[in-house]
Design a binder for this molecule. Structure first.
Ligand code: A3P
Length: 293
């Protein structure tokens, strides 16, 4: 993989995308969900891997530790829409899964989700992260991931983020449209990265009550400990170090895991411009984020 593998943004049904997430569109749209499938939906870099690992441990942590120590998280929780040359498509991976429930990851904006998920009334867990930390995390990710578009410098990247010209489109549209979906679809649990950082145990409790799970106190303690940043960072099965397209010399996947790292990136002027634009874009939503905890 070199710079020629980097995706190129184009407009796809009104959303900026790269071919790696649209080439399998027909098959993905025709995906047949089962009622017990669980979809983990996020804007990229909002805490997808964290939520995926929590769910995987809740369902399969007890069954065999072999799963946890031999199967990378991206195979335990396949990425539905991904299609990268010479790698199995996410959709085929899901179709071949033998576990119940099947845990499935997507970064699709809500209007792209295959209709069978709605028809089957699947449980959906959405994780959102405040825009400032989200864009910082995405910037470092695009630097190190050779299938993402060239990020360019930070200040132009930030402008592009504000324009929604990122893979999977506008953060503003993504988080607000998923939020709105809650009004009409009750099987959707909307979580915040900031809440997870503040109190992982409390958020796991809420998640369990949504999923109808009752882990023992012991099991819960084990999971809360296992999913802490430092533990995930050193675990090869969840830290993405086994993936060829990522260059950890540029930036690790498990980078900082903090709320407020944006302060190390935004200049005062960038912050003011961002806040002003944010107010306009988020005027019509009740959705609120914390940029510090
Ligand atoms: P940073 O780049 O800010 O460190 P995703 O899984 O959606 O790609 O999100 C990746 C982001 O979530 C990274 O953010 C990563 O460090 C953070 N993350 C993953 N696991 C975490 C954990 N257990 N605690 C805190 N942050 C975590």
């Amino acid at each position: 993989m070199d710079s020629s593998t980097r995706g190129v943004l184009f407009d796809f049904h009104g959303v900026s995308m790269t071919r790696y997430f649209t080439d399998n569109w027909e098959n993905v749209q025709n995906f047949q969900a089962r009622p017990d499938d669980i979809l983990i939906a996020t804007y990229p870099k909002a805490g997808t891997t964290w939520a995926s690992y929590i769910l995987d441990l809740l369902y399969f942590g007890q069954v065999s530790s072999e799963r946890q120590s031999t199967i990378p998280i991206y195979n335990r929780v396949p990425f539905l829409e991904i299609m990268i040359p010479s790698v199995a498509t996410g959709k085929d991976q899901v179709d071949q899964m033998t576990t119940t429930p099947r845990l499935i990851k997507t970064h699709f904006p809500v209007q792209f989700v295959p209709k069978s998920f709605w028809e089957q009334n699947c449980r959906i867990v959405y994780v959102a992260r405040n825009a400032k930390d989200n864009v910082v995390s995405y910037f470092h990710f695009d630097r190190m991931n050779m299938v993402e578009p060239e990020p360019g410098d930070w200040s132009s990247y930030l402008q592009r983020f504000m324009q929604g010209k990122m893979v999977f489109g506008s953060w503003y549209d993504h988080v607000t449209n998923w939020w709105k979906k809650k009004e009409t679809y009750s099987n959707l649990h909307y979580m915040f990265f900031e809440d997870m950082v503040e109190d992982t145990g409390r958020e796991i409790d809420k998640l369990c009550s949504f999923l109808g799970l009752t882990p023992s106190a012991e099991e819960k303690t084990r999971i809360v400990g296992g999913v802490q940043f430092d533990n995930m960072k050193k675990d090869e099965m969840v830290n993405y170090s086994t993936i060829a397209v990522m260059d950890f010399k540029i930036s690790p996947f498990m980078r900082k895991g903090k709320v407020g790292d944006w302060k190390n990136h935004f200049t005062v002027a960038q912050n003011e411009e961002f806040d002003e634009d944010y107010k306009k874009k988020m005027r019509d939503t009740t959705l609120q984020f914390r940029t510090e905890v």
